[in-house]
Each structure stands twice: as C-alpha cells, then as structure tokens.
Design a protein around this ligand. Structure first.
Ligand SMILES: Nc1ncnc2c1ncn2[C@@H]1O[C@H](COP(=O)(O)OP(=O)(O)OP(=O)(O)O)[C@@H](O)[C@H]1O
Ligand SMILES: [Mg+2]
Length: 253
C-alpha cells in the first residue's frame, strides 16, 4: 500500500494529503501542550474525544449555514476536511473574563463581559502568538477589511451557536478560539471555519459548580483531562450515556 503524504505535524494534529485534490485528512493526536508548549504530556484518549467533538460542533455549524472545513469523520482519530489557506490569526471570542485577558486587564476570572469581545492573536509559535489589533492585520496584509467583517460575523455566529448548545447541557462557554481559512469557488473567495473546535480550544465551566471541563484542567493540574472531555461529550450525547474514559490496561512489572 502506498504511504500517504504527511503535509504538516503540529502540536495536537497531523495533516495528511486527502484522497481528492483540495482535501486533507486531519489526525487527532493524544499530545497535550500548554503555555506555548512549555508544558507537555500525552493524554490517552484525548485525540479520539476531540475528533468526535469537533465533528459534532462543525456538523452543527454546517447545519445552520455557518460554513466549515468539515466533510466527514473517517475513523476514531481522523476526519476529512476541505483544504484551505489558513488566515494567520487565532480568533478569540470571550463572554466571561479568564486566562490572559484577566491577567492583562486585572479582571477577576469569571466576570461577565458587557458583550462578547473578539480578539486576534498572530499565529506565530516563536513569538508566542501575540495579541494584535485590526490595524496590524490591515497594515501587514494578513486579512482585508472585507475578510475582517466576515471573520467577526463568523466568530459571533459560532459564539451564539456554541453558547446555546453548551447552556442547554449546563455548561458555560467562557471563551473559545477558532481559525478560519480561505477557499476558492471559481472567481470567488470565501472564509470558512477550519482547524478544530474542542475542549482544547474552548473554556467550558459547569454552570452549577464552576468545575472546569476544558484544557485548563491540564494547564493547572486540576485532574484527569480525558475525564473532563468525556463529561462534555457525554452531556452533549456525543458519547453513549454510560461511557467512562478507560485507560489502557497497565502491565504490572
Ligand atoms: N482545513 C485546513 N486546511 C489547511 N490547514 C489547516 C486546516 N485546518 C487546520 N489547519 C492547520 O493545521 C494545523 C493543525 O495542527 P495543530 O493544531 O497540531 O498545529 P499547532 O501545533 O497548533 O500549530 P499552529 O500554530 O500552526 O496551529 C494548524 O497549523 C492549522 O492551522
Ligand atoms: Mg493548533
């Protein structure tokens, strides 16, 4: 059998050339990284959960007319997606203060924001993905004004969709990050939601208890990350109600 071509290996995923031109296979790894990869570990089962959860969110978004790169899930760890030119920005939407925003502005974590706030970070690991403004984005040509209008509209629609979905299962969507990419249909260029939407890229807090169900569990050693993601999947009905995360049997000696 011919070996398929690896296009890129990142911190959490591997991209392979897809079966048709313009398609990519996204493989979800178990690797977890935080603080710009200063903290690393392998969390058994994380890739399977994120593949399923990203499929679930992207399918829902496609279903309400928010275009995404998702085509279909291929197996436990892989999905087929539409290849796109990634805009070199992380687009962050915040509903409650947390993480770097709390630190930067001295706002207590969990404070409700007066309205959703959209932020942009320039995707560059060497620089630690620095926060940038629309002025930088326009001046350096990372995206046009039309692109920016489309990006904000996409980001806010994703926010409404995800916030509602999570609220329905007792989870607060504190913030999340998306990536968007350009695809070409003839002479037209469109922007679509790409990469992944998963508890790796969202902050999710249980509404009642405040328990964190996202990558902060790993960042701040708050417990088992796969258990937290399994809980999100279970509540959303993505995994059977009875599912518990099971580690591989360990050999003793
Ligand atoms: N549909 C797509 N077409 C092309 N590239 C994509 C698509 N979806 C996601 N990507 C890119 O694939 C890579 C996914 O790998 P991963 O998330 O592991 O990267 P990473 O280590 O976080 O690095 P990066 O800083 O580039 O995101 C990212 O670079 C992402 O921008
Ligand atoms: Mg990434």
């Amino acid at each position: 059998m011919a070996r398929r071509k690896k296009i890129y290996e990142g911190k959490a995923k591997i991209l392979y050339e897809g079966p048709e031109p313009g398609t990519i296979v996204q493989y979800f790894k178990d690797d977890a990284t935080a603080f710009n990869a200063e903290k690393k570990d392998v969390i058994e089962g994380k890739g399977v959960l994120n593949n399923r959860l990203s499929e679930f969110f992207m399918t829902g978004l496609n279903g309400i007319g928010v275009p995404t790169h998702f085509i279909k899930r291929l197996n436990m760890r892989e999905q087929l997606v539409r290849a796109c030119e990634i805009v070199p920005l992380e687009i962050i939407v915040r509903n409650y203060a947390a993480g770097s925003m709390s630190k930067r502005l001295g706002i207590e974590e969990g404070t409700a924001l007066p309205r959703p706030i959209v932020e942009y970070c320039y995707k560059d690991d060497k620089l630690g993905d620095p926060l940038v403004t629309e002025e930088h984005i326009a001046a350096f040509g990372w995206a046009s004004q039309q692109d920016m209008d489309d990006i904000v509209a996409l980001a806010l629609r994703v926010n409404d969709y995800l916030s509602g979905l999570m609220y329905g299962v007792g989870i607060r969507l504190v913030d999340f990050k998306i990536e968007v990419g350009r695809v070409y249909d003839g002479d037209y260029q469109r922007l679509i939601v790409a990469d992944e939407i998963s508890p790796d890229s969202c902050r999710l807090w249980d509404i009642e208890s405040g328990q964190k169900l996202d990558k902060d569990v790993f960042r701040h050693d708050l417990g088992n990350l796969a258990d937290a993601y399994t809980e999100v999947a279970r509540r959303l009905g993505v995994m059977p109600k009875s599912a518990t995360h099971m580690a591989k049997p360990k050999l003793i000696n």
